[in-house]
Design a protein around this ligand. Structure first.
Ligand code: GAL
Length: 633
């Protein structure tokens, strides 16, 4: 497959007579794609049912005639001001009960059926008008679901939608009361319309109630996306895409992805480093202008899976962003490295955000490929270099990975609802496992929780999975590599209650978690032979073999040859040694990588990325800071 580059462009921000020059310059830079439209509703429909499509017709024509392919976005993340007059109750409500106002973006409630119909209507009108347009080669639906914490809304619309959803799921309040354990604290309900949203309670609400609301809220994102996808599909065969974000777990991306053709995501490595990734101040200083070396890779692998092998980066950071606590400029070379890393992980296309820095409004301090005065910003030359290199490089395919990591959104909701320890977070745990695998130089796949076939892998990790799915359990029963399940896996039923017999329920493996404890940062469980568990430790019992024990003699890893349960959350060094030992046992080669180097193997090439701020050696090759090296496999 031919890999391509693109850029995000807002024709409505610039005079019409500038568009052709911009388009010619995009083509000259080597860009193939241009994404437009996703915030343009007010310009498309300035007043209810009064349309002005002229500018968009013209923009598509100018860009297309220049030789660019257009990704057309539906503008539903920015309903115009008049929409609020039409549907005053469509604004989202925060957990503390205050209404979130008009004046920025994403000011809508996923549960509001009136607004959902408006979104469906504008998607239909756009698809009718542009579905057969030869320049429109892909569609983006909405923009970044959950950006600015917008999945959960505690509105009247959400309450009545939730009550209907509960009635359908449980059929009777008796069944719901039983499933949730409402006998505890006399919380039983007699009718579904008594059930409020789980905010503003005196102390914590019933975790089953919260988990139900999280499921309901995720379903609303899926439904909102689906009504638009269904409309657009009637008029085009072009692929449908959403641009997901990093580290967002509030809705089930596997479920949204099932209705789309490509999963894309928005990659802001430096913006993320300062406050969305764990790390010591020293590490953050080391990676200040490069971003964390595993954050991009994790999301590429995750979204490649969610897109069923079709993945893009829809927005790639080009220079300083405007929204992190501090916004340093990338090291020269990073705008090139990030693109190559995406391609090495299977991205078909990488689009830089944005073409020209806007001189006005919220994002005026956010860099683009061009400065506000249209002179080149540093990333323009790097994008041009990638385009040139792509033209020269033979095909890059994704290749087969020996290792897989299971990632589950429901579990993220479960542990948000009932963390039991302040540091327990699903993403953090999965990412800790992923980071250790990458430090060992492994290329891996991420799998959905209902994955039914593990035969392609030798080593599978499933940390933090609330309840193993039946297909996954069946796949484990047939697996002949090593599966490391846990910590905190398969100890709950689907209502977040403790089942009897107690879990985990692992094929042919006699292990039971009889007690779990969480630990403050000042404490750790020491392991025999060195190593430590942090944050979390489960007391295991059973007849299975103990493969690793704590200093106090309790099981730390327990199970058979194939399926093993990990009782705690290993610190980085311990994760490294556990993974190293299991890979040795499985004959999977690992590497002792110098700090900042990462490898990704494709079917044809090995790529080596230098995230360090200084040169690094890879064999005989010296890779400069922010450098990329590739060699034939
Ligand atoms: C993304 C968003 C873009 C822009 C960008 C700035 O989250 O999709 O519209 O705001 O961030 O970094």
């Amino acid at each position: 497959m031919k890999r391509t580059l693109g850029v995000c462009y807002y024709p409505e921000h610039w005079p019409m007579d500038q568009w052709a020059t911009d388009a010619a310059r995009m083509v000259e830079t080597g860009l193939t794609w241009v994404r437009i439209g996703e915030f343009g509703w007010q310009r498309m429909e300035p007043a209810p049912d009064q349309f002005d499509w002229g500018w968009l017709d013209r923009a598509i024509e100018v860009l297309g005639d220049a030789g660019l392919k257009v990704v057309l976005g539906t503008p539903t993340a920015t309903p115009p001001r008049w929409m609020i007059d039409k549907h005053p109750d469509m604004l989202p409500v925060a957990a503390d009960g205050h209404t979130r106002k008009f004046g920025s973006r994403r000011h809508y409630d996923f549960s509001h059926i009136g607004y959902r119909k408006e979104a469906q209507r504008i998607a239909r009108l756009m698809a009718e008008r542009y579905g057969k347009n030869p320049h429109v080669a892909a569609w983006q639906i909405d923009n970044e679901y959950d950006c600015h914490d917008t999945t959960l809304s505690y509105s009247d619309a959400a309450r009545s939608g939730f009550q209907d959803w509960l009635a359908q799921r449980y059929q009777s309040t008796d069944a719901l009361n039983r499933a949730w354990g409402n006998v505890f604290w006399s919380m039983d309900y007699d009718s579904f319309d008594q059930i409020d949203l789980p905010n503003l309670t005196v102390t914590e609400p019933n975790p089953a109630h919260v988990l139900a609301f999280r499921r309901y809220s995720s379903d609303q994102v899926v439904a909102f996306n689906r009504v638009q996808a269904d409309e657009i599909r009637k008029h085009t065969d072009a692929p449908l895409i959403h641009n997901y974000m990093g580290r967002i777990t509030t809705f089930d991306h596997w479920a949204v992805g099932a209705d789309l053709d490509i999963a894309s995501w928005d990659s802001y490595p430096i913006g993320f480093l300062s406050d969305r990734i764990e790390g010591t101040p020293k590490e953050k200083q080391f990676y200040l202008r490069q971003g964390h070396p595993d954050n991009q890779a994790f999301h590429h692998d995750l979204y490649r899976a969610i897109g069923r092998n079709r993945m893009w980066v829809m927005e790639q950071q080009p220079g300083p962003v405007n929204w992190a606590p501090y916004n340093p400029a990338p090291l020269p070379g990073m705008a090139r490295l990030w693109a190559w890393e995406a391609f090495a992980h299977g991205a078909e296309t990488v689009c830089y955000f944005r073409w020209r820095q806007a001189p006005f409004a919220q994002e005026q301090m956010h860099a683009g490929l061009l400065r506000p005065d249209s002179e080149a910003a540093p990333a323009l030359a790097e994008a041009a270099q990638v385009a040139q290199e792509l033209a020269d490089l033979p095909e890059v395919d994704a290749g087969a990975a020996p290792v897989a990591l299971v990632f589950d959104y429901e579990s993220a909701w479960a542990w948000d609802t009932q963390p039991q320890g302040a540091d327990f977070d699903m993403f953090r745990l999965a990412f800790a496992a992923y980071r250790a695998l990458r430090r060992a130089g492994l290329s891996l796949d991420i799998l959905p929780p209902d994955c039914a076939d593990l035969s392609a892998y030798k080593f599978v990790l499933a940390p933090g999975i609330m309840k193993l799915s039946d297909p996954f359990r069946a796949a484990l029963a047939k697996f002949d590599g090593i599966a490391l399940i846990g910590p905190r896996s398969d100890g709950k039923n689907e209502e977040l209650a403790i089942p009897t017999p107690m879990g985990p329920d692992l094929p042919d493996t006699d292990v039971t978690t009889v007690m779990a404890e969480s630990l403050p940062p000042s404490d750790a469980i020491k392991l025999q032979g060195g190593g430590r568990f942090l944050h979390w430790f489960e007391h295991l019992e059973g007849n299975a073999d103990v493969h690793l024990a704590t200093k106090a003699g309790q099981p730390a890893i327990m199970g058979g040859d194939t399926i093993r349960y990990l009782a705690g959350w290993p610190d980085d060094d311990t994760f490294d040694s556990i993974i190293g030992n299991l890979c040795d046992a499985l004959d999977i080669p690992t590497y002792d990588l110098p700090k900042g180097l990462r490898i990704r193997d494709t079917g044809t090439h090995r790529f080596v990325f230098n995230y360090a701020p200084k040169p690094r050696k890879w064999g005989d090759v010296t890779i400069p800071a922010a450098g990329v090296h590739w060699e034939k496999l």
